[in-house]
Each structure stands twice: as C-alpha cells, then as structure tokens.
Write a protein that binds this ligand. Structure first.
Ligand SMILES: [Zn+2]
Length: 268
C-alpha cells in the first residue's frame, strides 16, 4: 500500500518529489513468484493473477510499479539466503534499487556476497562507524571496502559528518571512523550524501536535513569535497536512481559509479 498512500499525499497537494521503498519481507509475503513480482513492478502483471495471488485491492497492485526500490532492514527482519537471492533477482530484473540498512558490517558483507555482482546500495553507511556492532573504525573500514566493488554504492549521513558526529536522536559516530568516511568521500568511493530523516519526526532516522547544507560547506572548508560536489546531494543521487530504475529523466554525463558504470544492470 505504500506507493498508493504516498500518491494520495501528492494528490492532496504536498509539493514533493518522493520515492518509496518496499520492505523485502513484505514483498516476499504474498503468493507471487519471482517472475510474477518482476512483472508486477514493471506494471505487466495480469489482473487475475494479482487478484488471486497478491491482493484484492486494485490500487495496491496498480501503484506497485511506482516503487523505486526494495529495502532490506536487519533491524526488522533477517531474510534467508534464498529470500535474499529472490530479492536481488527482482530488483535487478525489474529496475528497482536494492537498498540495505547498513549498520552491522557482518550483515553488509553477507549481502555483498549474496549480490553476486547485482546492484546493491548501502543506505546510511556511516552508521557502521558508530560502534553498535563491533569496533567502529574497523566496521567503517569494512563497509567502505565494499564500496570498491563495481556493483556496490553507498551514501553517508550529513549529520554524522559534522563536528558533533551525529545527533542525540540518531547515532554518534566515532572520531576515527569519521576520518575514514572523510577519506572515502575524498577518494570518490562514496558519492552520495543524505539526511536519513528528521530528528523531530516520530519515525527518526540517523540525521536531519538541517545538516545537509552546513555539512557540504564544512566539507568544502576542510578540503574534503569541493563546492561543486553539491552534486552529492543533487545530481549524483538522481543519476543513481535513474540508472537503477531505467527512468531517463536525468541526462547522462561523464560521471559514473564504479569503473563500468551502472548501465550494464539497466532494465531497458
Ligand atoms: Zn535504515
């Protein structure tokens, strides 16, 4: 129901350009096979199959192709290898982003192994540098290492890159881990910065949009990024989404993610 609920907000007049991720456990919970799920997200699933094997609500399946991705979340559910294989197959064939809640390096490495070259995006990857699942600097280094693979991209949380290293409502990053994150940005291993939510929201993320612009200016002042790297919050995420989902609204320029770029995984 998520895409239709969000669509209703937009119809009501909320002036936002938004995207929705569907939880992997939810996606796998109906009677639809992998082939049928791929058809569903491409908008090609026959109505009688959707009605008998997925949902009796027409809006739910009609808006499914509007989802931009599937989210794996180790804090809510841990899927079997078999289910993760299915999820990778659906996301890579249906033109969806596979995004994983990144915090525990063991989990991120497990997903990287199971991806077998299929696209994987590590959400709020700086959370690995907060020490919730092992040594923070070592955990951050392991997650950054995964970003060297061509099929893996990641994003960092702006709030965690600032002097305060995070927020009380989210998680606090370790100083050494923060240094490693700066290096990864400088080297271009990570090209996307995000806020991961609002601290004053009911459902909090790890950071806050209020930190986005200050973080960019501070990173430029520190010489880690240049001011033109505002692309880390504009062009780069739009480019990644366009590549993964096959939505050609973003003009393809010379910037590429990974040595081979992402085009090989394109749906179209
Ligand atoms: Zn998350």
């Amino acid at each position: 129901m998520a895409p239709s609920l969000l669509g209703a907000e937009v119809d009501r007049g909320v002036p936002l350009n938004v995207g929705v991720y569907i939880g992997a456990a939810n996606m796998l919970s109906t009677m639809l096979s992998v082939e049928e799920l791929i058809k569903l997200f491409k908008g090609e699933l026959e109505e009688e199959i959707a009605f008998s094997r997925m949902t009796r609500n027409r809006i739910t399946y009609l808006t499914a192709p509007l989802a931009i991705g599937i989210k794996d979340h180790m804090g809510h559910f841990i899927l079997s290898d078999d289910d993760l294989d299915k999820t990778f197959e659906v996301t890579s064939k249906a033109g969806l982003i596979f995004m994983s809640h990144t915090q525990d390096p063991d989990h991120a490495e497990r997903l990287a192994n199971l991806s077998k070259g299929q696209p994987l995006h590590l959400g709020h990857a700086t959370a690995a540098g907060c020490g919730t699942h092992g040594d923070p600097a070592e955990s951050m280094a392991r997650v950054i290492d995964l970003c060297k693979k061509d099929n893996i991209t990641a994003e960092f949380v702006t709030t965690m890159l600032r002097k305060g290293r995070g927020s009380r409502e989210g998680l606090l990053m370790d100083k050494k881990a923060q240094e490693l994150a700066y290096q990864a940005l400088e080297q271009g291993l990570v090209k996307i910065l995000i806020s991961d939510g609002q601290n004053d929201a009911t459902m909090k993320g790890f950071g806050d949009t209020r930190d986005n612009i200050p973080a960019l200016l501070e990173l430029a002042e520190m010489g880690i990024l240049s001011l033109s790297d505002i692309a880390t919050m504009t062009y780069n995420p739009a480019y990644l989404i366009a590549e993964r989902t096959g939505n050609n609204c973003v003009e393809r320029k010379s910037r590429s993610f990974g040595n081979r770029g992402l085009s090989q995984y394109n749906r179209k």
